[in-house]
Write a protein that binds this ligand. Structure first.
Ligand SMILES: NC(=O)C1=CN([C@@H]2O[C@H](COP(=O)(O)OP(=O)(O)OC[C@H]3O[C@@H](n4cnc5c(N)ncnc54)[C@H](OP(=O)(O)O)[C@@H]3O)[C@@H](O)[C@H]2O)C=CC1
Ligand SMILES: CC(C)(CO)C(=O)C(=O)O
Length: 333
């Protein structure tokens, strides 16, 4: 059977790789010693919002901390944060066998291209993870929201389609992944707002003032995408260009019309909140920062997204919790 390596096994990597391993796929994880220690003690437990509950016993978790462990991979799932893609690519270039297929399961719009550039002799497929994964500690990883794994269509994925389906993670392949990535990035514009609010996603999105912050960031981005000729894909029930209007609705109406958007695990937060909490550099440059770069390329500006970049950079040094009204005033100022 083909060998799967998860490279950068944290939240997403342990969840996706864990479900594959729990359902019989040969998975090896490459990541940090702190995660290796937790999994050696507890093994993996993978749960989801639909009630799935899968386990991999400690003795069956193959978690390693050196790049060499990826040498025998047929399929590599790259799940490092965006700032670590460059070094992960350099490490993989040293060890991968010819023929290994590499998939980026990361946020942002540039990780797949970067991997492709650094691994010119390998097939690199750009993917996207639509759902939220919460690292509950003790080897427990929980999928809190819905969505199937999205990927650029590629024949090299064929040998793996069944294994992902068995794992309860069916693959959706797209002729063009870029509009899907931009749609996800529009949702990820909430990451800094959620991180600055210091609240679980559901509590944050229940408050109109935070939603108005997100609406402002999205409206700015949608205008730029329009100018760039990029039409974001529709990921949820409503087309992306309708989001700002819905987000600005008063709380009572929003709860009624967008109940599904609030159907989130009460504990779920964004990966950017997790980064701030752990004292790590965030992915802000690859999310709202990407919007600022797009604006510059069009000779325009993106003041709301630029301000969010600035606030997160400040929070990486010293955190404070922003109330919705304060954050909205700051973004409008
Ligand atoms: N968490 C979520 O709910 C979602 C996340 N995503 C996206 O998925 C991607 C992964 O996110 P997430 O799983 O949360 O990130 P994590 O930080 O939880 O996991 C990444 C892990 O990779 C490790 N790592 C970094 N560089 C290397 C390397 N060279 N070799 C081995 N290990 C390495 C990191 O260690 P260290 O911290 O020490 O660098 C970390 O433990 C991101 O792009 C994120 O935006 C997408 C959808 C949802
Ligand atoms: C799923 C979502 C949008 C929110 O958790 C995410 O991608 C992240 O946290 O980075």
């Amino acid at each position: 059977m083909t060998r799967i390596v998860v490279y950068g096994a944290g939240g997403i990597g342990c969840y996706v790789g864990g479900r594959l391993a729990a359902t019989g796929a040969p998975v090896r994880f490459v990541g940090r010693q702190r995660t290796a220690d937790v999994l050696a003690e507890h093994g993996l437990r993978l749960t989801d919002y639909l009630g799935a509950d899968l386990r991999v016993a400690p003795a069956d978790v193959r978690y390693e901390t050196t790049p060499g462990a990826a040498a025998e991979a047929d399929l590599v799932l790259v799940t490092v944060k965006s700032a670590a893609t460059e070094s992960a690519a350099a490490e993989l270039a040293e060890v991968l066998e010819p023929g290994a297929v590499v998939v980026s399961f990361q946020n942002g719009v540039r990780n797949g291209d970067l991997l492709r550039e650094r691994l010119p002799d390998h097939v690199v497929v750009t993917g996207m993870v639509p759902f939220n994964v919460l690292n509950r500690g003790g080897g427990v990883f929980h999928q809190g929201t819905e969505g199937a794994l999205d990927l650029q269509r590629h024949p090299s994925l064929a040998p793996y389609v069944d294994a992902f389906a068995r794992a309860g993670l069916p693959l959706t392949q797209h002729d063009d992944i870029l509009p899907v990535q931009w749609a996800k990035l529009l949702l990820n514009l909430n990451n800094p707002i959620n991180a600055l609010s210091d609240l679980p996603l559901r509590d944050e999105l229940s408050q109109r003032s935070y939603r108005r912050c997100l609406a402002a960031a999205q409206a700015e981005t949608l205008a730029l995408l329009d100018a760039a000729g990029i039409a974001p894909a529709q990921l949820l029930a409503v087309p992306m260009h309708r989001f700002p209007v819905i987000l600005r609705l008063p709380d009572v109406l929003f709860r009624r019309l967008a109940a599904k958007m609030l159907a989130i695990d009460p504990l779920a937060r964004t990966s950017m909140w997790e980064d701030l909490e752990a004292g790590r550099t965030t992915e802000i440059d690859y999310l709202n920062g990407e919007v600022v770069r797009l604006a510059e390329s069009l000779d325009r500006s993106a003041p709301v997204n630029a301000k969010l970049v600035h606030l997160i950079r400040a929070a990486e040094i010293k955190r404070r919790a922003w109330s919705g009204p304060d954050l909205l005033r700051e973004l409008q100022g």
